[in-house]
Design a protein around this ligand. Structure first.
Ligand SMILES: CC(C)(COP(=O)(O)OP(=O)(O)OC[C@H]1O[C@@H](n2cnc3c(N)ncnc32)[C@H](O)[C@@H]1OP(=O)(O)O)[C@@H](O)C(=O)NCCC(=O)NCCS
Length: 176
């Protein structure tokens, strides 16, 4: 398996991975929207390939806290592995590669709305107790699913407020 930056030439394959992973067109449409949304930049879009076959995709887009530029933050969404390759380590490899690249780029906080049992493995923990609120109020059962991972202690200590994400993913239906 190799992981590399996804380019415009990979778009159809990226959208196909998203559709197959989720069994729905919703996430593929979200990815397409995010990749053309100026407020999502800088983005990090990574594709996993086995030989030439696309088997996974992860997207990170810009996030900020109450409109501040510091600390530099990112949102992980979505992560998609094709059904017949799930639970074989592809997701783990994509998350690890993405987090490493973001750290190199000076991104000190990464947010995700996802399964705590899964993302907890990568150092994500609930963000609301840290004073970092999601863009929209979440149902009580999902409040712990809003998580943050920091590359350094001070980034988390100094940050508080409501997180703003790219316009394309700020639509309330993605947070209901
Ligand atoms: C959820 C998903 C991204 C996980 O990726 P994956 O490549 O299948 O998972 P990995 O093989 O990297 O799993 C790493 C570890 O997490 C575990 N794991 C996988 N999915 C899990 C889940 N939903 N909850 C808890 N643990 C999970 C694996 O068992 C594995 O454990 P191990 O290290 O002890 O072997 C993938 O299954 C997927 O695309 N699902 C459909 C789309 C989706 O739900 N995306 C996530 C929301 S954005």
């Amino acid at each position: 398996m190799i992981i590399r930056t996804a380019t415009q030439a990979d778009l159809d394959q990226v959208l196909d991975v998203e559709s197959r992973a989720f069994g729905s067109a919703v996430e593929a449409a979200l990815v397409r929207d995010l990749l053309t949304d100026p407020s999502a930049a800088p983005t990090l879009s990574l594709i996993a390939l086995d030989e030439a076959e696309p088997i996974g995709h992860i997207l990170f887009t810009k996030a900020s806290i109450d409109g501040q530029d510091r600390p530099v933050s990112s949102l992980l969404a979505p992560l998609a592995i094709v059904p017949d390759r799930q639970r074989t380590g592809v997701g783990r490899a994509l998350v690890a590669e993405g987090l490493a690249r973001l750290a190199t780029d000076g991104v000190s906080l990464v947010f995700v709305l996802g399964d705590p049992a899964y993302y907890g493995r990568f150092g994500f923990s609930p963000a609301i107790p840290e004073g970092l609120d999601p863009p929209h109020e979440l149902p009580e059962a999902y409040r712990d699913a809003w998580m943050v991972r920091s590359t350094c202690e001070s980034a988390l200590r100094d940050a508080a407020g409501t997180v703003r994400c790219a316009d394309a993913i700020m639509r309330p239906e993605y947070w209901a």
